[in-house]
Ligand binder design. Structure first.
Ligand code: SF4
Length: 213
């Protein structure tokens, strides 16, 4: 039997609130992945922090290497020639109960939420999965909140020249996360009408606030 075309992504406001809380607390998110393993087979480097001692004890040292640009002890786990995580065995995570926080917090609903797309042949499965999610909206306020997330993402993408190189994330996943974190700034703002440089300063302040709590 083929998979249903659409997947229920849940209520948008609940998802937004849960996602922001998880991002702020560096915590796990509940994602109804079903039997999807797209993110385990899409050539992702998986970041593992030195504090994830249980996870680290379940992965062979030779599969890990120092994470570039991060403090000592942070490591990355690579992927095989097919783009599969080495912990994926027989179509399932072989260390599921001990998997890294990166895997526990990854949620491909950030792409339909923000309108940000990932490209590349190696990300095809994630792109397909992301396109299947459909959010529910209970009222116009929830639709406005969604539009604000999409406006924030669009601003970050189209005004990247207004940011310093180290102020904007270089990959679509982190850019989508940043849009979700700062989207309330766009609830009542038309970025086309406001002072764009002021908006950049406000975004960076808000982003720093989220990460300093
Ligand atoms: S550790 Fe497990 S959940 Fe994480 S990418 Fe590998 S197989 Fe997937």
């Amino acid at each position: 039997m083929s998979a249903p075309l659409e997947l229920n992504a849940g209520n948008f406001s609940s998802w937004l609130s849960d996602t922001r809380t998880a991002l702020k607390n560096d915590a796990e998110t509940e994602v109804p992945c079903g039997d999807c393993t797209a993110c385990c087979t899409s050539s992702y480097f998986i970041h593992i922090k030195p504090t994830e001692t249980d996870t680290l004890s379940h992965i062979l040292d030779e599969l890990l290497f120092p994470a570039p640009g991060m403090p000592e002890g942070n490591v990355l786990m690579g992927y095989d020639e097919q783009g599969h995580c080495p912990m994926l065995k027989n179509g399932a995570c072989s260390i599921y109960e001990h998997r890294p926080l990166t895997c526990r917090s990854y949620d491909c609903r950030i792409f339909p939420a923000t309108g940000i797309q990932i490209s590349g042949k190696d990300k095809r499965l994630i792109t397909q999965q992301a396109e299947r999610w459909k959010f529910d909206f209970a009222n116009t306020d929830e639709m406005k909140a969604h539009q604000a997330v999409q406006k924030a993402a669009s601003f970050l993408k189209s005004k990247s020249q207004l940011f310093q190189p180290d102020e904007l994330p270089g990959n679509p996943t982190q850019l989508a996360i940043m849009a979700i974190e700062v989207s309330d700034l766009f609830l009542n703002e038309d970025p086309g009408r406001s002072d764009e440089k002021e908006m950049v300063k406000t975004i960076l302040k808000e982003h720093n606030n989220v990460h300093s709590v």
